[in-house]
Design a protein around this ligand. Structure first.
Ligand code: NAD
Length: 430
């Protein structure tokens, strides 16, 4: 596709867009293109999700049912598991998971599997963009050769770029439209095409010289977070030993208008990004005989936080064991105001509490049911708080009634400083 044809397709709203993997990243992205009048096909393997989309329903907190419903009704969105429709797409964006294996090594099998499908259905002139987080060179050394199995040549018969997703689920201020986007092509034309396409829905699109750089940008951003969170978690441990309130220290430090950025401690890190992405870089560098010391240390400190949190609770309750205690964990998601429980530290906390033989319950307005330790748990009604020996605030959702927790609970372990400014003998902080 040359720029003239691309302009024409854009101008006539005829650019057909396929989004592979319609999850936390794919859905908000696809819906923005549909809102601009482009026909979007969501390629999914999850039949339940396909059914929901085609019935006009959302399963992501940041996307409203009405947004999906309107797009489907206007014939601008449909979901399918029939990958032969890939043939019809001018633009294909890949947003499939990139998890870690049990040994914390990258699992890019989802990317490989969808690229095999694309290569069998690749349209001459199509643009392929990878958004799934991965290690540098995935786009140029893994995706490109698979797509070229089609007989078409990258940079000549089709275009290929990487663009990291920067979505921050639950963030009310920054969304897909006002968060600057990075793109990097396997060649200059691919990069420029990708930049032009994203500019349709995003205010600022910043093009870097190639896809390796774009992949590395994402890993720098998330390693920066993992390392700084680990540093502040270590500070929390240090402050505990010194009898100093870490939260007050951070609040004071952040009055400095330059050279300081606040990070906050917590009972662990979660989600699909911060605990995982640095491991992709660690693996890549290990293969090159380079030890990523910051990443290793951050992983070690962050992974121990749930254990540390429970240890501190026991110390403050002056108990050797939590056996038989009735404990309510408030907030089960990995961050506030979303319904995503992947790698949530709350799950680690509940698992430790089970091992301690405590009687554990949870409340989360976003998650009705969850599987933990092989069993199903249901969110309890938010009442009778005085019946619990301790309430642990593990995720600080903004819609939780903290005054009620303070008033009714007998003991509160506030791991997120949700009760900031409130003084009570009942409160234990991290
Ligand atoms: N969630 C975030 O906040 C976030 C932020 C930035 C980057 N990312 C990255 O984006 C990628 C996607 O993450 P996500 O959070 O959207 O994951 P997700 O699990 O919410 O979505 C992925 C979707 O892909 C579908 N899928 C799996 N295999 C498929 C296949 N073969 N064909 C088609 N669909 C398939 C799944 O059913 C799922 O709906 C990951 O690489 C992640 O690291 C995520």
């Amino acid at each position: 596709m040359d720029f003239q044809k691309l302009d024409l397709l854009i101008c006539q709203k005829k650019l057909k867009i396929g989004v592979i993997g319609f999850g936390y990243v794919g859905m908000p992205l696809g819906i923005e293109f549909a809102k601009k009048g482009f026909k979007v096909t969501a390629f999914e393997t999850d039949k339940e999700k396909i059914k929901k989309i085609n019935n006009g329903k959302s399963y992501i907190t940041d996307v409203k049912d009405s947004e999906i419903y309107n797009a489907v009704k206007k014939n601008l969105l449909k979901a399918t598991d029939d990958f032969s429709y890939l043939k019809e797409q001018d633009l294909i964006i890949i947003c499939v998971p990139t998890p870690l294996s049990k040994t914390k090594e990258p699992d890019i099998s989802y990317i490989i599997s969808v690229c095999e499908k694309i290569s069998k259905n690749l349209n001459r002139g199509a643009i392929i963009i990878l958004e799934s987080t991965t290690y540098p060179t995935t786009t140029s050394k893994i995706v490109k050769p698979i797509l070229e199995k089609s007989g078409l040549k990258a940079g000549k018969d089709f275009y290929l770029a990487f663009s990291p997703e920067r979505i921050d689920p639950g963030n009310k201020k920054f969304n897909i439209k006002n968060t600057p986007k990075i793109v990097g092509g396997i060649d200059e034309t691919s990069g420029k095409i990708a930049q032009k396409i994203y500019s349709l829905i995003i205010k600022k699109v910043f093009r870097v010289s190639n896809s390796d750089v774009a992949e590395m940008v994402k890993l720098l951003e998330n390693t920066f977070r993992a390392v700084n969170i680990a540093m502040i978690n270590e500070f929390a441990l240090i402050c505990d030993k010194l009898g100093i309130d870490i939260w007050e220290v951070i609040d004071a430090a952040k009055t400095k208008p330059f050279g300081f950025m606040p990070f906050y401690p917590g009972p662990g890190i979660g989600g699909h990004c911060i605990p995982l992405d640095p491991m992709y870089l660690r693996w890549k560098m290990k293969k090159m005989n380079f030890k990523t010391k910051f990443i290793e240390l951050a992983d070690e400190i962050n992974s121990k936080m749930p254990e540390y949190a429970i240890k501190k609770l026991k110390k403050r309750l002056k108990l050797k064991s939590l056996k038989g205690l009735k404990i309510l964990v408030v907030g089960i998601t990995y961050k506030p105001d979303i319904n995503d429980t992947r790698q949530s530290p709350s799950i680690d906390i509940i698992t430790i509490l089970y091992k301690e033989h405590a009687k554990v319950f949870y409340y989360d307005p976003y998650v009705k049911e969850i599987e933990i330790c092989g069993g199903k748990m249901k969110s309890i009604d938010f009442k009778n708080l005085s019946s619990y020996d301790c309430v642990i605030i593990a995720t600080a959702h903004s819609k939780i009634n903290y005054k009620k927790i303070l008033k009714e609970s007998r003991k509160i372990f506030d791991t997120k400083n949700a009760l900031k400014g409130l003084k009570s003998e009942k409160i234990i902080t991290l």
